[in-house]
Design a protein around this ligand. Structure first.
Ligand code: FAD
Length: 432
């Protein structure tokens, strides 16, 4: 099935530029709180727990970390990446061509079923007739998990399968999920009635609703309907692979942000868990060199999961180079400008893109750079759009992680980084 059967929206984002709302005009979502990533939990019979378990109501990361690890974060690396006991560059020795990277995530899900460690895996497939529309799947066989390889780069209501898990009497479950989904699961873990819960995290940032994904692709590609795979790569470019195999590139700095800033849900702009830190292990790519995947093993269960997959893996080396702090003054300066005004003219963009590619941070330093930038951007978003939420939604480790830049922050935003100070005059209170 080709995506060309579904004409992308070209007229604009589904919820209107700069509208502060959850994500789209989807009827199903009417009545939800404004900060909602449609993780699916509220479609389940456990909905009544949402006010105690949703990360956008109260971020409980430190409490959950204390429960999982017996401690909270220590040191600069954990402040950014979350608690982990080991970190690897790895890839499948025989990569799955359908996978987003090499297929470690779906291979692990399949392996858990093969070894009968779990009875089912919650994973995300594509809705029939589409390439990228997320459809949660309760996979009971390795083949069903493998069939969900590849990103569906839009919000997935995966936790709406909780009721099916209970109805089918499943007691040992694995879930493949993003930060908001995993926070929700961990916070409700005691109420799920499970004997085992294995959580495979994937890093996630700037997700969008499906209609907005279609719109996004029309804005960044010359041929949006033929894209079969795309990824925000470590060389500061979006790579889009097309049906005929050619790969189109767009520098991050060339994104038409004046036409895009309305597409990101308020929830994703209020998320402080890019590396999905409450998982048993997180499998992404951005801390590894091109061609490798980045694994953070967090818990004892995560170690067991990694060992199950190890026979299928090549293990590489984690490297790092560059200095992420050099670009931060300019980034904060741009962040303090209204969207649209922050895009430099074309010759400067060309130079910046070249500098980013050749001199910019690489490997783990790239991961630190993008996580820090998203923490700043999202803190700024909460402070300007939902100031009354800051205390509940921004965990303490965010301020600690960004502390080295506190003077720069004050210079750019004319207010202290720390939350203990009152907001500057003029900050709008529009949350609800
Ligand atoms: C929206 C989004 C943004 C991401 N951003 C980053 C990033 O910035 N940095 C980074 O290092 N990694 C990011 N990732 C993860 C990364 O792109 C790969 O998914 C991950 O490295 C696994 O690759 P793989 O080849 O092992 O996965 P595969 O074996 O191909 O399996 C992919 C898995 O992803 C799951 N999945 C697909 N779509 C969704 C969805 N919408 N919601 C929840 N689960 C889904 C499927 O269940 C499947 O199990 C992102 C993923 C998504 C969905």
């Amino acid at each position: 099935m080709t995506s060309s059967e579904h004409a992308p929206l070209e007229e604009g984002p589904s919820k209107g530029l700069d509208q502060i709302s959850l994500l789209s005009s989807d009827e199903r979502l009417k009545g939800r709180p404004r900060l909602c990533s449609d993780c699916g939990f509220c479609d389940s019979s456990l909905k009544h727990l949402m006010s105690q378990t949703c990360t956008f109501v109260r971020n409980q990361t430190p409490v959950i970390e204390q429960r999982l690890h017996g401690r909270t974060r220590v040191g600069r690396e954990e402040l950014l990446f979350g608690i982990h006991r080991a970190m690897y560059a790895a890839r499948m020795a025989r990569p799955n061509p359908q996978a987003q990277w090499t297929g470690m995530v779906t291979a692990l899900g399949a392996r858990l079923l093969e070894h009968q460690r779990v009875e089912a895996v919650i994973t995300t497939g594509a809705a029939p007739g589409t390439r990228f529309k997320a459809q949660p799947i309760l996979a009971r066989t390795p083949r069903e998990v493998l069939a969900t390889a590849g990103n569906k780069p839009c919000l997935s209501p995966s936790l709406n399968l909780i009721d099916a898990v209970r109805e089918q009497g499943i007691k040992r479950l694995a879930v493949i999920g993003t930060g908001c989904q995993v926070h929700q699961l961990r916070a409700a873990e005691a109420q799920l009635g499970l004997e085992r819960l294995d959580v495979i995290g994937i890093p996630c940032s700037d997700n969008v609703s499906y209609p907005d994904l279609e719109y996004f692709l029309t804005q960044v590609s010359r041929s949006p309907q033929t894209i079969v795979h795309h990824e925000f790569m470590q060389d500061f470019r979006l790579w889009m692979r097309h049906e005929d195999g050619h790969v189109e590139h767009l520098n991050f700095i060339d994104f038409p942000m004046d036409r895009l800033h309305g597409i990101f849900p308020s929830s994703c702009l209020s998320c402080f868990d890019y590396p999905t830190s409450l998982s048993d292990l997180t499998i992404g790519y951005m801390g590894a060199e091109l061609g490798w995947q980045w694994v953070m093993v967090r818990t004892q269960a995560g170690e067991e999961l990694f060992e199950l997959l190890r026979p299928d893996l090549e293990i590489g080396e984690l490297t790092e180079s560059g200095d992420r702090t050099r670009g931060m003054p300019r980034y904060l300066e741009r962040l303090s400008l209204p969207p649209g005004q922050s895009r430099p003219p074309w010759p400067i963009r060309k130079l910046v893109a070249w500098l980013q590619r050749t001199r910019g941070p690489k490997g783990l330093e790239f991961a630190r750079a993008v996580i820090e930038m998203k923490l700043f951007r999202n803190l700024n978003y909460i402070r300007s759009k939902f100031p009354s939420f800051e205390e509940r939604v921004v965990p303490d480790h965010v301020y600690e992680a960004l502390q080295p830049y506190a003077p720069l922050y004050t210079q750019a935003f004319s207010r202290p980084l720390s939350r203990t100070q009152p907001p500057a005059a003029g900050a709008r209170a529009e949350g609800g």
